[in-house]
Design a protein around this ligand. Sequence first.
Ligand SMILES: C[C@@](CO)(OP(=O)(O)O)[C@H](O)COP(=O)(O)OP(=O)(O)OC[C@H]1O[C@@H](n2ccc(N)nc2=O)[C@H](O)[C@@H]1O
Ligand SMILES: Nc1ncnc2c1ncn2[C@@H]1O[C@H](COP(=O)(O)OP(=O)(O)O)[C@@H](O)[C@H]1O
Length: 312
Amino acid sequence: MKLIAPAKINLYLEIIGNRPDGYHELVMILQSIDLADEIELHSISDETIRVHCSHPQVPTDKSNLIYRAAELMATKFPQALAKHGGVEITLNKHIPVAAGLAGGSTNAAAVLVGIDLLWNLGLTQTELEDLGAILGSDVPFCVAGGTVIATGRGEQLSPLPSLDHIYIVLGKYRSLEVSTAWAYTTYRQEFGSTYLQDTNDLAARAAAVHSGPIVKAILEKDAVAIAQKLHNDLEKVVLPSYPQVLQLRELFASQPGVIGTMMSGSGPSVFALCETQQQAEQIQQQVRQIIPDEDLELFVTRTIAHGVKVDS
Ligand SMILES: C[C@@](CO)(OP(=O)(O)O)[C@H](O)COP(=O)(O)OP(=O)(O)OC[C@H]1O[C@@H](n2ccc(N)nc2=O)[C@H](O)[C@@H]1O
Ligand SMILES: Nc1ncnc2c1ncn2[C@@H]1O[C@H](COP(=O)(O)OP(=O)(O)O)[C@@H](O)[C@H]1O
C-alpha cells in the first residue's frame, strides 16, 4: 500500500496562553500543500516494525514518528497485529526536515491511516485523529488536512472551506534547523507575562483571539485579503535569532506577484503566496539566481484540500 502524506503551512499562529500541561494554548489556521512524502507499507510475517529511509536527517529507529505511530497501533490493536503480522514501512522523503512543515507529523498520520486499512480496523476520522494526538500536536490535522482552524494545543480541529489552488513559493535553508520546543520555550520566556495565565477563562480567551479577519477572508476565498492577514507569533523569537530567515522573507516580499509572506510554524521555512502559478515560477527562478540550490531548498507548490491519501 502506498500513501501520500502532504506537508502543511500555518496561515495563522497565535499563542494565547499557557496550559497546565506545559504546552501552549493556540489558535492556528493550518493549510495542506501539495509538497508531500510517499510512504509504502507492507505486512510482514513476524510481529515487528521496520522503517527504511535513505534521507540523512531522518532517523529509522524508535525516535522516528513513523515507528511510534506503528507501535501505537500495535499496542492498541494486539489482536490485529497477531492476525496480520508486523509492518515494513519505507519513507520517500521530499518534505524538508525540521522545517515547520509537519513532515514527521504527516508521516505519522499516514501510518495510522495505512495500518487502519491494512488491518481492516474501520476506524473513523475522529478515532484516527484521537490516536494522532497521542503522537504530536500537529498529527490530528494531518489525517484529513485541508484548511482548518486548530485550537487547544493544535489538536482540536474545525474545518474551513477549502482553499485549493493558491500558488506558493516555499524556501528552507538547508543548514538551518529550529527546534519547536526551543521556539515555544523562548516565546514563553519573552512574552509569557503578556498572555493568558488562566486559559479556562472563556471571556478572556475570546478577547485574546485576533483571527476573525483572516477567517472572514478565507470564508470569502479572497486570496489577497488572506495574504494581508497572515500572522505567526513564533516569528517574534525565530526571526531575531535566525537572520537568514528574515532575509529570505524580505527577498520573497520584494518580488513582483507576491501577495503575502510568512514563516511556517516554528520555522525556518518561509512561504510566499502568489497571484498566479506563472508568477510563482518566475519568483522561483529569480530567487534561484540569488541563492544557490546547495544553500536553499526551494519549491513552487500550492494549497490543496486534503491530507493523507491512498495513492491509487
Ligand atoms: C509549531 C507547530 C505549528 O503548527 O508546528 P511545527 O513548526 O512543529 O511544524 C506546532 O505547534 C508544533 O506541533 P508538533 O511539532 O506536533 O508539536 P509536539 O511534538 O506536540 O511538541 C513539540 C514541542 O513544542 C511544544 N509545544 C507544542 C505545541 C503547543 N501547542 N505548545 C507547545 O509548547 C511542546 O512543549 C514540545 O516541546
Ligand atoms: N518521519 C520523520 N520525518 C522527519 N523527521 C522526523 C521523522 N521522525 C522523526 N523525525 C525527527 O523530528 C524532527 C522534526 O522534524 P519534522 O517533523 O520534519 O519538523 P517540524 O516538526 O518542524 O515540522 C527532526 O529533527 C527529525 O530528526
